[in-house]
Design a protein around this ligand. Structure first.
Ligand code: FAD
Length: 452
């Protein structure tokens, strides 16, 4: 039995790693780009390393921790998180704490937010909450004022859609703090046992600790690739799969270069729309044509000629007039990623594939980002001595209003093919992080071994 894995991001490499551990002999990973890692790769420029946005690994899952230790060994760092947000002309903590709400915001705004929250809470007590979409979910949990000044503009900027066009799942999964009461309780949580467990859930924004590889997040993928190759598996880069056919029990995987590989089992980690399009379909089982949507990102990497910009790992910029949504300083994750006298900053600019931002020339993007950074007193042009741009078409699965119906139709179509698994962030179309993607890869490898 042989297995081909399409895509060498964390999901594909984790599946390959576990297959090798379980003794599989014939495993090949095919990757379209010229390096492994996918979204969790590093870009190396001059003597500096950059990640595609902050990639801290938050987890309390013992299996993931065990594997991180096994793979990274002495290169696994444990960091104490520091994140902020630029709001109303000042830096506040992220997530916002009670102090920020009471003393960080303009006085009248705090009062308005407070009364609005009380009004909503009272209303929720007597009437059924309106939770039809992202907007109504936020208003019912935080109040209208907080939505108007904070969640509404930021959501529109990140997703490029009005919050009424996004699903409740998007709010439930992506809003770091689930309601105003969380903010209040967090201020006292360290003294109140009852709440402590809640704030130590794996993805709680109140988690203080995260894991990180010494040489940037890409080190994790590089080492998994090495392990697969040391155990006689193959990882081939520059192999863009463009068609998958099935004859009897055998899959044929065709690549853009003209190679054809055969496999009994295929684990795909590529965007689920693309997998659907690559599969040969029978006339009597029409292919669902409606796509699920992905949001894209453009990254601007800055080489800064000073030791440090701030001590934050990352900072959010919710202001709708500022082109970037977040900046990170990788040297604060690991001091080994930039030489002395320099630091490495990455700004994330949300966009849609082929829109004006996506197609913006690098120099114009640099100007737009630096205008925002100087205005918000983050960084001056005079301190920057180099910049580069990267683009990722498939950054975030977009949970719009009826994505679940479209996703189910695509999944039903793919599920007709035995021994074909579609996993990972793009393959499962789930907004999941490295720890969950690793577990998905391991679980899939175990299922493959059980059924073969
Ligand atoms: C800005 C940003 C910040 C993030 N921050 C965090 C964080 O702090 N913590 C965290 O845990 N997670 C974070 N994540 C999520 C994390 O990056 C992903 O969960 C993880 O990298 C997904 O891995 P994957 O293998 O599922 O998908 P991908 O990384 O997308 O891998 C898919 C691979 O398939 C390849 N491929 C696509 N099409 C083909 C084809 N036709 N043929 C061959 N190969 C193909 C791609 O090139 C890619 O390498 C972040 C993501 C983003 C975008």
């Amino acid at each position: 039995m042989n297995t081909i894995i399409v895509g060498a991001g964390i999901a594909g490499l984790s599946a390959g790693y576990r297959l090798m551990e379980l003794g599989s002999k014939d495993v090949m990973v095919l990757e379209a780009s010229d390096e492994v890692g996918g979204l969790s790769r590093c870009v190396k420029k001059n003597d500096m390393i950059f990640d595609l946005g902050p990639h801290q690994i938050h987890t309390e899952n013992q299996i993931v921790i065990e594997y991180l230790n096994k793979i990274l060994q002495d290169d696994l760092l444990i960091e104490a998180k520091k994140a902020s947000q630029w709001f109303y002309g000042r830096y506040l903590n992220y997530p916002m704490g009670l102090n920020d709400l009471l003393f960080g915001l303009p006085f009248f705004l705090s009062v308005q937010c407070f009364f609005d929250f009380c009004f909503r809470s009272l209303k929720n007590f007597f009437t059924k909450r309106d939770m039809e979409n992202f907007e109504t979910w936020v208003i019912s949990h935080f109040g209208k004022k907080m939505y108007d000044v904070y969640f509404g503009p930021y959501t529109q900027k990140v997703w490029g859609k009005h919050p009424t066009k996004l699903s409740v799942t998007c709010a439930q999964e992506r809003i770091a703090v689930q309601n105003m009461m969380d903010v209040i309780l967090s201020a006292i949580s360290s003294n109140v046992t009852k709440f402590r467990n809640h704030y130590h859930l794996p993805h709680s924004p109140y988690q203080k600790k995260f894991y990180y590889p010494r040489q940037g997040i890409g080190q994790l993928s590089d080492l998994m690739k090495e392990y697969i190759e040391q155990h006689d598996g193959k990882v081939l880069v520059d192999e863009n799969v463009d068609r998958i056919t099935k004859d009897g029990d055998t899959f044929s995987i065709h690549t853009a270069k003209g190679s054809v590989y055969q496999a009994d089992t295929v684990i795909s980690t590529i965007p689920i729309n693309n997998l659907r399009d690559m599969l040969h379909h029978e006339e009597n089982f029409p292919k669902p044509e409606e796509d699920v949507e992905f949001r894209s990102l453009t990254f601007l990497f800055l080489s800064v000629a000073k030791d440090s910009v701030t001590d934050n790992h990352w900072i959010y910029f919710p202001d709708k007039d500022c082109v970037f949504q977040r900046v990170m300083e990788l040297k604060n994750f690991s001091k080994y990623t930039a030489p002395e006298g320099h630091t490495n900053v990455c700004a994330e600019i949300p966009c849609d594939y082929q829109d004006a931002i996506w197609n913006m020339p690098d120099d114009d993007l640099y100007t737009a980002v630096m205008d925002g950074m100087e205005k918000d007193k983050y960084l001056n042009r005079a301190d920057v001595d180099g910049y580069w741009v990267a683009r990722e078409r498939y950054a975030y699965p977009t949970y719009d209003l009826d994505y679940e119906q479209r996703l189910s139709a695509i999944k039903r179509y793919i599920d007709r093919f035995d021994n074909l698994y579609s996993i990972g962030r793009q393959g499962a179309f789930r907004y999941i992080n490295i720890d969950e993607v690793m577990l998905m890869g391991f679980d899939t490898a175990e299922s493959v071994c059980k059924t073969s």
